[in-house]
Design a protein around this ligand. Structure first.
Ligand SMILES: *Cc1c(COP(=O)(O)O)cnc(C)c1O
Length: 368
């Protein structure tokens, strides 16, 4: 039978479209958006200046190889710039990796509460996303290994993970890598690596440098505060970098993003201030929300996962509605198989204090 209209490939229409965090609280004067893990400190002033400096050149195509930015990243991390690819956000790179390495009958593994983009990019290629269980809201290496078949082509792992905030120590990542068949690509998504102060953690640079089947993705959207510009990068083996460079858009990163990215990566002081702010308020929020009697999953990133009871009037959805009336917007994470939790991004001191006060009032009020 001839189709009567164009039909996307298998899998595309099985995708549940990604729903970004809310940003509006109707009728509330002052809104605090704590739903998308954006930095409360904003970008480096130097990044803003660099961005502005590109305005007179908007008619020129950018440097398609983003050389200045790859060299700046190389200097910052001690990496060979030839093994870096930049993208329009790390989402772009995750899509490209899936597009390059997956096809119809393949499988790609992600974990139970892993980042939603992984099944989306997998389905988009016609391959099958395989979801494996976690233990204590943390990726489980044995569960991942158990799910590997002849068809497995990619393992996607966010470390730290969003929305749980948990991470695996480097030993566990190495154990996972050692037992993965050599043809399986391990994608380490280290979007929140800049926030981690635990010393048993590593983003994966060493592992990428010493193997043929590991890549690490990073983003400028979180600690660098450039989410609006769409900028990410990937470090990988030469053969994978070559494949991605063949299929990426020839100008996938704008000149404004390149300029701002160079300034941001060089402003180490701004990164340190952002990390210190986060470390301090992450601990404070975890403790204060815990004192209210709510369970908080210990986080190493710039957000916390707060668990609510299923009692009528006290649920995550009830809390979400209550907080929204006060202009405090958190992320409802049912799509991440966490229907009884809200994710809260670490905000300014003012926002953090308002959230704790509002949660206290929410729990104090008589059940509906
Ligand atoms: C925020 C985030 C990213 C970054 O996405 P961009 O496209 O770079 O903005 C990647 N992975 C995870 C797990 C994230 O939470």
């Amino acid at each position: 039978m001839t189709a009567t209209r164009p039909k996307p490939r298998r899998g595309v229409l099985d995708i549940a479209p990604y729903v970004p965090g809310k940003s509006k609280a109707p009728g509330v004067a002052k809104v605090f958006k704590l739903s998308s893990n954006e930095t409360p400190l904003g970008p480096s002033p130097r990044a803003i200046a660099a961005y502005n400096s590109v305005a007179p050149h908007l008619h020129d195509y950018p440097d398609g190889s983003a050389s200045d930015l790859r060299e700046a990243i190389g200097r910052a991390f001690g990496l060979d710039p030839d093994r870096i690819v930049c993208g329009a956000g790390s989402d772009d790179l995750l899509h490209l990796l899936a597009y390059a390495y997956l096809t119809d009958s393949d499988e790609a593994i992600h974990t139970e509460h892993g980042f939603l983009i992984y099944p989306i990019v997998t389905l988009g290629t016609g391959a099958r996303p395989i979801c494996v269980p976690e233990t204590d809201y943390t990726a489980d290496v044995d569960a991942i290994l158990k799910a590997v078949t002849d068809k497995t082509k990619i393992v996607f792992l966010a470390n730290p993970n969003n929305p749980t905030g948990t991470c695996l120590p480097f030993d566990e990542i190495k154990r996972l890598h050692q037992r993965l068949p050599a043809h399986v690509l391990l994608v380490l998504d280290a979007a929140y690596a800049d926030y981690v102060v635990r010393n048993d953690y590593e983003a994966g640079i060493e592992l990428v440098a010493t193997s043929d089947n590991v890549v690490m993705c990073r983003t400028f959207s979180k600690i660098h505060g450039l989410a609006n510009l769409r900028l990410g990068w990937m470090f990988g083996p030469a053969h994978i970098v070559d494949a991605i460079n063949r299929i990426r858009g020839p100008f996938n990163v704008s000149g404004a993003a390149i300029a701002a990215g160079v300034a941001a990566i060089e402003d180490v002081g701004h990164q340190e201030r952002s990390r210190e702010h986060n470390t301090r308020w992450l601990a404070w929020l975890t403790e204060e929300i815990g004192k209210l009697g709510l369970k908080v999953t210990p986080s190493v990133a710039n957000f916390v996962l707060i668990h609510f009871p299923q009692t009528k009037g006290r649920t995550a959805q009830d809390a979400d509605a209550f907080l929204t009336t006060r202009g405090l917007i958190l992320r409802y994470v049912a799509a991440y198989k966490l229907p009884n939790a809200l994710r809260l991004s670490v905000g300014t001191e003012e926002a953090n204090r308002l959230v704790v006060a509002a949660l206290k009032d929410f729990l104090d009020k008589k059940a509906a």
